[in-house]
Design a protein. Structure first.
Length: 121
């Protein structure tokens, strides 16, 4: 009986650790706003940074050079990589983890960003 209680306690402890890991480290809340002039992306952590963004960017369309999406292994996140041209002419790469991004949302974002790239060319 004691062995069964120890196994149940171990399973409970292990599953609690995994749950906290995903809530604290891996799951993000994000806002993505693209209008006629500006791209605004803000990433918030679900637990610790509800009011202050963990990562953000606010750039004009003229600074936007390119983008790509790629999947993260063992995670619910897809990473949006954005290439930005600075005032000095350097290209800067910025990465954003987007949690639970659906294929439909990814296609929608891709179409809008591709239009901006075509407009800038």
């Amino acid at each position: 009986m004691e062995i069964i209680c120890l196994i149940i306690l171990f399973i409970f402890f292990f599953s609690t650790l995994i749950l906290f890991y995903f809530l604290i480290a891996r799951i993000n809340y994000y806002t993505l706003k693209i209008d006629s002039y500006v791209i605004d992306i803000k990433i918030y952590r679900t637990v610790f940074s509800v009011f202050n963004p963990k990562d953000y960017i606010d750039i004009s369309h003229d600074m936007f050079v390119g983008f790509s999406f790629f999947n993260r292994s063992f995670s619910f996140n897809k990473t949006l990589m954005i290439k930005i041209k600075s005032d000095s002419g350097k290209t800067i790469v910025k990465r954003f983890n987007l949690s639970f991004l659906s294929e439909r949302e990814e296609l929608r974002i891709s179409k809008i960003l591709e239009k901006i790239i075509a407009k800038n060319s």
